[in-house]
Design a protein around this ligand. Structure first.
Ligand code: TRP
Ligand code: SF4
Length: 404
């Protein structure tokens, strides 16, 4: 049984919707690479999520799943520090989704802002489906099944994590009273060892009898640092502290990913649906071509017409890729018509190429040997399964299943 503090666990998922691009790299992946050094990370391919909107197009998954994991690996997501897996290989997510659906009011799902928004936006896709309505609950199951403490997401997904918290609370409230809870909790106290057990008990008393919140916080900290009790016992002791039942599902926190300003080739946000991307495995000649043909400030018709970087998408790229000195050179040269646009683009081309070259070298190795990628995924699935099984067992018995 895992004794890792699940509050230090990070979980995030990404839909396999095609080749990843610079927007993903700067918006999401660099953050993942950083997080994998600080937390126990679980990153997964959310193929069921993609099906909620692209169920009419099943062919996209076969390639995209493997390709996406190759991109993750190529940018430095390390399977030694993070479990990389595929959602549909973990039926436990689906079972938890089903069980949670029993206690999820439809209104909670209808009120999630992305529901109506996306239906409007993706009109051609016929999203009046049960699966699409339930997709934030599927996301809640993804998170809760690992008892993740933190979920790195962008602002558009915050409401989903909030829903997850509400579901966890509702679940704990309804099912947190397991039979024999007191006895189990007391046995768990003893498992902490004499010294910690005594401290825990006195802090609990101080909180329950005098309402001492500092004692509560201290006791929670004490539980977090226990190495030799199982996750189940830890949740039991968290619940026991506050007098309630067992906390079977733990409420995750959002780790807000800072908005990424990576512009696409046309100055809008880089996105596949705008057709303005540079993919991570774009041939480097094409990278050069694409940047060379990017639009610039329309005022610069001729070389001697001065321009304004603020009106130019290339400037946005300088903001991501260039140092202060280069930026000063751009601003001065553009406003005085001292440099041409091609000249101005050169340092950006060099910087993007320098960024992509090592990524592409790495990716090429995995492309040559996709079995390595498959075995990385298989291993990630195993790690995930171990943890998911533990939660689903507890959920089943809390809901009265599994009793014989
Ligand atoms: N819904 C997310 C998206 O569309 C992907 C996702 C699925 C996810 N499950 C998750 C993200 C769990 C974080 C945690 O981008
Ligand atoms: Fe844009 Fe640079 Fe041309 Fe100015 S000089 S318009 S910043 S590409």
């Amino acid at each position: 049984m895992s004794t890792v503090d699940s509050q230090q666990r990070v979980l995030s998922g990404m839909r396999p919707t095609g080749r990843l691009h610079l927007g993903h790299l700067h918006g999401v992946l660099k953050n993942w690479v950083k997080l994998q050094h600080e937390y126990e990370c679980f990153f997964f391919v959310a193929d069921w999520h993609a099906l909620t909107t692209d169920y009419g197009d099943p062919g996209i998954f076969e390639e995209n799943v493997l390709d996406m994991v190759i991109d993750w690996l190529a940018v430095g997501v390390n399977p030694g520090s993070a479990a990389l897996f595929v959602q549909s290989k973990l039926p436990e997510h689906a079972e938890l989704h089903l069980l949670l659906s029993m206690l999820t009011p439809i209104g909670w799902l209808e009120r999630v802002p992305s529901y109506k928004d996306q239906q409007e936006k993706l009109r051609e896709k016929e999203l009046d489906t049960y699966g699409f309505l339930g997709y934030p609950l599927l996301q809640a199951a993804d998170i809760l099944i690992y008892r993740a403490g933190y979920v790195p997401v962008g602002a558009d997904q915050v409401a989903h994590v909030e829903l997850t918290r509400e579901i966890a609370r509702r679940f704990n409230h309804m099912y947190g009273r397991e039979p024999g809870f007191e006895e189990n909790a007391m046995a768990a106290v003893r498992k902490m060892g004499k010294k910690s057990a005594r401290l825990y008990s006195s802090l609990r008393t101080a909180y329950q009898q005098q309402g001492d919140h500092e004692a509560l916080a201290k006791a929670q900290a004490l539980l977090k640092e226990q190495q030799n009790i199982s996750i189940g016992d830890r949740e039991r002791l968290f619940g026991y502290l506050e007098g309630g039942g067992k906390m079977i599902l733990s409420e995750p926190q959002v780790l807000l990913t800072p908005a990424c300003n990576m512009p696409g080739l046309d100055g809008q946000k880089m996105s596949k649906s705008y057709g303005n991307t540079i993919t991570l495995r774009e041939p480097l000649e094409d990278v050069e071509k694409k940047i060379k043909t990017m639009p610039t400030d329309p005022a610069r018709v001729r070389l001697k017409d001065p321009g304004d970087p603020e009106k130019c998408p290339v400037w946005q790229l300088h903001l991501s890729y260039s140092n202060q000195k280069t930026r000063d050179w751009v601003v001065a040269g553009c406003k005085s018509a001292g440099i041409g646009c091609l000249e101005c683009k050169k340092p950006v081309i060099e910087a993007v190429v320098a960024e992509l070259e090592p990524i592409q070298k790495e990716a090429a190795q995995y492309e040559r040997d996709p079995d390595i990628v498959r075995s990385i995924i298989a291993e990630g699935c195993e790690t995930a399964r171990e943890c998911a099984k533990e939660t689903i067992q507890e959920v089943r018995s809390a809901m009265g299943l599994n009793t014989w």
